[in-house]
Write a protein that binds this ligand. Structure first.
Ligand code: NAD
Ligand code: ADE
Length: 415
């Protein structure tokens, strides 16, 4: 455990932020209340590798309320909120994470939580599960859960290679996760990170969104709402067409590179903006990545082809190219919403983490009978989570009449 983060004043600040988030997480609160009565996770050790935020802290305390011993390491070296880590440590939850840690420390923290011999792991990006499968053939898990798109893609590749030896729940595949967290969470918090680090006016700027999946669609909508001219770069024709019909300009990366002021990558793919694009960009552009890994912007090219780099603002580096053009990179090309802002708001993490808590309960109850595959949570859980979240934001839910139910299940349409 990192005893150096057990600082009382930091812990107090973290506890207040955790409390603020807690008040905006009604679905998790209802699960916590039930967990306190039923103890469905009694006797289990759960190791989570998630962004260490005030929202994640509320998931950790919910797992503990269910009877688990919950421990946490970071899923990105730059996403740890040290005040939250300190508050959790003060509250008796083991945390292995420090903001800005180097790669060696990041991986040694993963090893430390696995050394505690957990029965369930929770990942955001599949790093823990990859370590178990690659390095620990004797480690027996009841199962594992996965939070993000890139993690699920990695897991499906492992499944295709036949190496998965316990059930893994793809929480990202639940509608109440990706339709809200990826879209509305990333949409708001990625723009928040760019604004906090640059304080640029978005209105009138050309904002290039690379990747128009759930995350990209969310960022495009928020940039549009702030008055930007939105340009979308996509490799999937259906998604590119969908962006065009939303009213955005759709262009190749080369075309977009020439006209963009701010670029945001959200593809989960490698070097989507690279040297050939950087060479076409205007002086003063801002580059940010919100995809899971820091591989979407080819920062190696900037290191090799620039004449200097300086930190010009909080989480903003200015690279000067040989021809004098300046290229700005937010949060070292790591997840901009967590590196330069506070991550998604609690209201969306509520649903994501409600799904995580229910996935842990499912594994605890039925893990031994589940197939050693990548699995989705049942649709009924989506309905349950959405209904509580809807009630919390004041929406009314219409009910089918018995006559309508019968009509929808019959062949006799239109009569
Ligand atoms: P997605 O699969 O729905 O969308 C990705 C899109 O990128 C696809 O439409 C794909 O066609 C496109 N793409 C791939 N390569 C491309 C290229 N070279 N150029 C242009 N487009 C390309 O995924 P998503 O759910 O939107 O997630 C995107 C990334 O964001 C993933 O890495 C995911 O793990 C991550 N994510 C981050 C956060 C966050 O908090 N920042 C939250 C959720 C997901
Ligand atoms: N991923 C994106 N935002 C997050 C948050 N606030 N907490 C945990 N994981 C996140």
């Amino acid at each position: 455990m990192n005893h150096d983060i057990a600082d009382p004043s930091l812990a107090e600040a973290g506890a207040l932020r955790i409390e603020w988030a807690e008040g905006r997480m009604p679905v998790l609160a209802s699960i916590r209340e039930r967990f306190e009565k039923e103890s469905p996770l009694q006797g289990l050790r759960i190791a989570a590798c998630l962004h260490v935020t005030s929202e994640t802290a509320n998931l950790m305390t919910t797992l503990r309320a269910g009877g688990a011993e919950a421990m946490l390491c970071a899923s990105n070296p730059l996403s740890t909120q040290d005040d939250v880590a300190a508050a959790l440590v003060a509250d008796g939850i083991a945390v292995f994470a420090v903001r800005g840690e180097d790669n060696d420390s990041y991986y040694s923290h993963l090893r430390e939580v696995l050394d505690a011999d957990p029965q369930i792991t929770m990942d955001d990006g599949a790093d823990l599960v990859t370590m178990v499968l690659k390095e620990r053939p004797d480690q027996r898990l009841v199962g594992s859960t996965e939070e993000t798109t890139t993690g699920v893609i990695r897991l499906r590749a492992m499944e295709a290679d036949g190496v998965i030896r316990f059930p893994v729940i793809a929480v990202n595949d639940s509608a109440t996760k990706h339709l809200f967290d990826n879209r509305h969470g990333t949409g708001q918090s990625a723009m928040d990170g760019i604004i906090r680090s640059t304080n640029l006016l978005i209105a009138g700027k050309t904002v290039v969104v690379v990747g128009f999946g759930d995350c990209g669609a969310g960022v495009a909508a928020r940039a549009d709402g702030l008055g930007a001219k939105v340009v979308v770069v996509e490799v999937d024709a259906v998604r590119a067409l969908s962006a065009a019909m939303e009213g955005y300009t759709v262009a190749t990366a080369d075309e977009a590179a020439r006209i963009g002021d701010i670029f945001i990558t959200l593809t989960g793919n490698l070097r989507v903006l690279r040297g050939e694009h950087f060479e076409l960009m205007k002086d003063g552009v801002v580059l940010a990545n919100a995809g899971h890994f820091d591989v979407e912007l080819d920062l190696g090219y900037l290191a090799d082809h620039s004449v200097g780099k300086r930190r010009i603002r909080h989480e903003l580096d200015e690279w000067t190219m040989k021809d004098g053009r300046r290229i700005h990179v937010v949060a070292e090309g790591r997840l901009v919403n967590l590196g330069a802002a506070e991550g998604h708001p609690a209201e969306v993490m509520d649903m994501s983490f409600a799904n995580q808590a229910l996935a842990a309960e499912w594994l605890a109850k039925d893990g031994a009978d589940l197939e050693n595959k990548v699995l989705r949570l049942p649709d009924s859980i989506d309905q349950e989570v959405a209904a509580i979240a809807l009630e919390a934001i004041g929406g009314g839910l219409e009910q089918l009449t018995p006559e309508q139910e019968e009509y929808l299940s019959s062949w006799e349409f239109g009569t």
